[in-house]
Design a protein around this ligand. Structure first.
Ligand SMILES: NC(=O)c1ccc[n+]([C@@H]2O[C@H](COP(=O)([O-])OP(=O)(O)OC[C@H]3O[C@@H](n4cnc5c(N)ncnc54)[C@H](O)[C@@H]3O)[C@@H](O)[C@H]2O)c1
Ligand SMILES: O=C(O)CC[C@@H](O)C(=O)O
Length: 529
């Protein structure tokens, strides 16, 4: 007999298959505190949550029998994935069940902000018949900018076409071919900000998307824009948005999500006449709640019964023999993936992973998953991508993955080479494990280097001319960026060259821009590992 605890309000119909199962006992106890959960979780094999329960490391630790945590929804930001992985607890989610519902909520919000529905409602029910203050705008013939063209963003784009809107879409994984199929135009964030009448965000919250719409974007924004966020709080800088509305740049905003939820009582959105809000209701329909609960219950049943399952968002078990052989390479593979995705521009089309030397002899599939995880995590967020789903996510985005093996590894016993082909360019890094020293990057494009992939790095491509290293050092020094180590690689004297600097802290954007403007310097990119 297995025991399942449901600790958030989850659709009864959705979990009916668990209730009906002869080998399962279901207890519904919504609203427990962390301490209360810690006290009882020890007797349960599975925990089912929505977004309210924070499944912390303490709860996992106390869950001695816990095999699976099921999230009825997409985001797993309320679950400590590392703690789950460490304890061998499988975390699953239901990524598809609430797509349409959230897309429809986005439209409800877009139309409400276009026609001032909540504001007009408030006045009318308070006895004021005001037909002058609420002149709206049509959606027809307007430009809609969609940031994040995944499941929800793509559905929004499809429906916006029916409203007669022109759609500009931005997503690092969007290719011209897919954009053409969807009938949208690919654009950069800046093009969207400068040209859209409405803008809606549908990305995960990652270090890259955090405040992706902030002061700089509002400064160049098309006046009169209306903005919708039904994705995650923090993608749009809340304070900068209020300023932009007060300056007359933004005409109105509709938010379902907040940087801190629930927002404080004095949050500037809550009394602003041009901002409408809902309390994270994007996924709250009967249909979506049933869908996600059915999906997640089905997978929980499979896991408890030791049957094949899908939608795991953390680490799968790897056979013991292979685990010990490959384990040290997992870190190298993921770091190479992260490094190359940060140094390469454009939508990813192909990943080529080469294994040379001893590695050519073993089943490297788990290692490839780590490389792909490192690449995709940069764009999709570490919370969403893991070694279970990385290949699936790449396939979903039409990214071709090629694996090549060779018994010869030139100067190294083992070498992992990763090439990334995008619409714009093709780049390569190679790395090895040095006994006693750990992972090393030994090649960047055609340049031999010796770089420990760790911390804050700056990758510079320049022309090999006297004085350039000094100029870079002086510029960083004057901006209080301390260089810890430096590596320079070139092929020919006076030809193109690269520099890899390790610095003590993150490099501000302006400093990177100033670096790029130095004579004989082509590009300067920050890489964080
Ligand atoms: N309000 C709600 O109740 C609710 C409900 C469901 C989902 N969500 C949230 O909506 C968001 C989208 O969900 P989804 O199911 O469509 O996810 P998805 O993974 O299918 O799509 C996200 C897309 O964002 C893209 N992306 C990543 N970084 C980007 C960047 N810097 N710029 C542009 N695009 C970038 C990814 O390539 C991906 O295609 C998530 O944040 C999810 O948690 C909210
Ligand atoms: O459970 C909810 O209602 C939130 C759902 C949503 O934010 C998600 O990520 O799926």
């Amino acid at each position: 007999m297995f025991k399942v605890l449901v600790s958030d309000p989850i659709s009864d119909l959705g979990i009916q298959q668990l209730v009906d199962a002869e080998d399962i006992i279901v207890d519904k106890k919504p609203g427990l505190s962390e301490d209360e959960l810690v006290a009882i979780i020890g007797e349960y094999d599975a925990l089912l949550v929505r977004s309210q329960t924070r499944v912390t490391a303490r709860i996992m630790e106390a869950g001695k029998l816990l095999k699976v945590v099921g999230r009825a929804g997409v985001g797993v930001d309320n679950i400590d994935l590392d703690a789950a992985t460490q304890r061998g607890i499988i975390v699953i989610n239901a990524p598809d069940g609430n797509t349409i519902t959230t897309c429809e909520h986005t439209f409800a919000m877009m139309m409400a902000v276009a026609r001032h529905i909540p504001q007009a409602y408030m006045k009318t029910v308070n006895g004021v018949w005001d037909r002058k203050s609420f002149l709206g705008v049509e959606l027809r013939n307007k430009v809609l900018g969609v940031l994040g063209m995944g499941r929800i963003g793509s559905e929004v784009a499809k429906r916006a076409k029916a409203f007669g809107m022109d759609i500009l879409g931005y997503d690092p994984f969007m290719t011209e071919e897919r954009a053409e199929k969807l009938g949208i135009k690919l654009a950069s964030v800046e093009e969207i900000v400068r040209n859209a009448d409405f803008m809606t965000v549908h990305t995960p919250l990652t270090p890259e998307t955090h405040h992706m719409i902030g002061k700089d974007q509002f400064a160049v924004m098309k006046p009169g824009m209306r903005i919708v966020n039904c994705a995650r709080g923090g993608i749009i800088d809340e304070i900068a948005l209020v300023e932009a509305i007060d300056k007359g740049i933004v005409a109105g905003a509709a938010f379902d999500v907040f940087e801190v939820e629930p927002p404080a009582k004095d949050h500037p959105f809550l009394k602003h006449p041009k901002i409408i809000v809902t309390p994270h209701l994007g996924a709250s329909t009967v249909e979506a709640q049933e869908n996600v609960a059915i999906d997640v219950s089905e997978q929980v049943l499979h896991i408890l019964r030791d049957e094949p399952f899908s939608n795991a968002v953390n680490m799968p078990p790897i056979p013991a023999g292979l685990q010990s052989k490959l384990q040290p390479y997992f870190i190298l593979g993921e770091k190479l993936g992260s490094f190359i995705s940060q140094m390469t521009d454009g939508a990813v089309q192909e990943i080529v992973v080469g294994y040379s030397g001893d590695l050519a002899e073993v089943d490297t599939q788990p290692l490839t998953r780590y490389v792909v995880k490192g690449i995709l995590s940069h764009h999709l967020g570490t919370e969403q991508v893991n070694v279970v789903n990385s290949m699936h996510l790449a396939k979903e985005r039409d990214v071709n993955i090629v694996v090549q093996k060779s018994h010869i590894a030139k100067d190294f016993t083992n070498l992992v080479t990763v090439s990334l082909r995008t619409k714009k360019e093709e780049r390569t890094v190679a790395g090895t494990l040095l006994t006693g020293y750990g992972p090393r990057i030994v090649q960047i494009d055609n340049f031999p280097v010796d770089v420990t992939p760790e911390g804050n790095l700056i990758l510079i491509s320049h022309n090999d001319k006297p004085g350039i290293i000094g100029r870079v050092g002086t510029l960083l020094g004057t901006n209080d960026v301390n260089i810890a180590t430096m590596q320079v690689g070139r092929q020919l004297e006076g030809g193109s060259a690269i520099m890899v600097l390790r610095v003590d802290k993150g490099t501000p954007k302006e400093v990177l821009e100033q670096l790029t403007n130095l004579t004989e310097l082509n590009t300067a990119k920050e890489i964080k590992i």
